[in-house]
Design a protein around this ligand. Structure first.
Ligand SMILES: [Zn+2]
Ligand SMILES: [Zn+2]
Length: 478
């Protein structure tokens, strides 16, 4: 069992503004406040520790996991032999080689040692017990206050974030905010993705204009008007993003005053409150990339605190819906509801009714379309009946946009190429956002437990497609 050494301050739910809070989510699990002596306090000059001698149990356990999974690169490349890593590099603290001798002889390691060192210090810093003031998040953007999506710095400035005073804080915050900010930065009328910089196609401009008529409106005059202003965002294959604390997702509606949001996290690895999933527990919580799927693997063991019952401060106007799969719906605020469904999208698609390109949009964060299917190894996941095979054609038929991210240039290219020749996909879509970097990706390196040489950044790139519109042709009956 992972035992977290971090504690969470108790903060009134509706006071996001002036509170600083520790991160929970991702690999960290919130624990109730503990007496101070139960968790280490690491000073800023004491945040580097070799994994095996870390004062943080979760990091020691991660080291053990890497030792059981990762092969020594020298044994592999020179001797074509698979031997587990045992020796910890004194410079980065990660278990990297089978022996000191192999570590000394490996000229490649110096190319990524400094990144590993950075990742080591980041992990210790998050658990150091210092007040993580960078996680103080702003409240709603006023109707008159312009926000800019040019890059993180300008975004934070125009969102009135407290100033970020170190690269490390910056990495923590970009990782915390990458999912909601990636979505808002695409959908918002001041998006940095435009036709001028050739990231948005004319078809994309049409799709985005449709959504923006719902997203950007003056304050509603009455309840009926208010009720029509709802955007549904379907987040497919959701994993880590479904375990982000709701107050982080609340940043999304804050940018669109006058519009309400319903987020649907849908996927077999969705995080549900108070559900114990032994298979997820066992794999640990590191955001690593699993070799089989190439995706940030299940291991996001963040376990959301059991949600409190709705005390009437926030309202949801949805009737209670039973999806027939493990699910949970919560009204986070009057502008945000979140439903998590542990299912594949095909299982629940029919329950969402008619799709409307003015109100419905799909996101898939690092879906791994181009990776071999774990269930049908001769197929890519985009073709596989158990993964994306039945899903993407249905989304294209809806004519609603689908935005996709990837964690490296290679990852994006592999997913895009995998669309070629797939029945129901190839030739059935228009580009709406051309593949390229995402200004709101995480700037933190995620290191793979199965091989610490593999490092990626969450949401590095983004692209988007939509089902082809076919004009109804005059068939010559007149
Ligand atoms: Zn070796
Ligand atoms: Zn090293």
């Amino acid at each position: 069992m992972l035992r977290q050494t971090i504690w969470k301050r108790t903060i009134p739910l509706n006071n996001f503004n002036k509170s600083s809070r520790t991160v929970f989510g991702f690999s960290l699990r919130a624990k109730p406040p503990q007496s101070p002596k139960e968790h280490p306090i690491l000073s800023q000059d004491d945040i580097f520790h070799p994994f095996s001698r870390s004062p943080v149990q979760a990091i020691r356990e991660r080291g053990e996991r890497i030792r059981s999974l990762a092969p020594c690169p020298v044994c592999l490349d020179v001797y074509e032999e698979r031997r587990p890593v045992q020796f910890e590099c004194p410079d980065c603290g990660w278990p990297t080689h089978a022996t000191q001798f192999h570590w000394e002889g490996d000229k490649e390691h110096s190319k990524y040692c400094s990144r590993l060192r950075e990742a080591n210090e980041d992990e210790h810093d998050l658990r150091s017990g210092r007040p993580l003031t960078e996680f103080t998040l702003p409240r709603e953007q006023g109707y008159e206050e312009t926000v800019s999506f040019a890059n993180w710095d300008i975004y934070w400035f125009t969102r009135n974030h407290p100033s970020i005073d170190s690269e490390r804080s910056r990495r923590h915050l970009t990782k915390l905010l990458t999912y909601p900010t990636t979505i808002s930065s695409v959908l918002h009328e001041f998006s940095g993705l435009t036709m001028r910089n050739q990231r948005v196609t004319p078809e994309g401009a049409r799709s985005l204009a449709a959504l923006r008529t719902t997203l950007h409106q003056s304050p509603p005059k009455n309840e009926e008007e208010d009720d029509r202003r709802k955007i549904r965002i379907f987040i497919l294959g959701a994993r880590a993003e479904s375990s982000l604390p709701p107050h982080v997702w609340q940043q999304l509606p804050y940018l669109f005053p006058g519009c309400r949001f319903h987020l649907f996290f849908i996927g077999p690895q969705v995080s549900l409150p108070s559900s114990k999933s032994p298979s997820l527990e066992a794999t640990g919580g590191t955001g690593a990339v699993s070799p089989a799927s190439g995706q940030p693997s299940q291991p996001m063991v963040y376990e959301p605190p059991t949600p409190r019952t709705n005390l009437g401060t926030s309202t949801t106007r949805d009737k209670e819906v039973y999806y027939g799969v493990p699910s949970y719906t919560t009204a986070v605020s009057s502008s945000l509801s979140i439903t998590s469904l542990r299912a594949t999208y095909s299982e629940v698609h029919a329950q969402f009714g008619e799709m409307d390109p003015f109100q419905d949009v799909f996101f898939a964060f690092s879906p791994g379309f181009g990776f071999p299917s774990p269930t049908s190894p001769h197929l890519n996941q985009i073709q596989s009946p158990a993964e994306w095979g039945p899903v993407v054609p249905v989304i294209l038929k809806s004519k609603c946009p689908l935005f996709v991210t990837g964690f490296s240039p290679t990852d994006v290219e592999r997913d895009v190429r995998s669309l070629d020749g797939v029945e129901g996909v190839s030739g059935e879509f228009d580009w709406i956002v051309t593949p390229g970097p995402n200004a709101f990706g995480s700037e933190k390196w995620e290191v793979a437990d199965f091989d610490p040489r593999v490092m990626v950044k969450i949401n590095w790139g983004i692209w988007g497609i939509r089902g082809k519109r076919r004009e109804v042709r005059d068939m010559g009956f007149d």
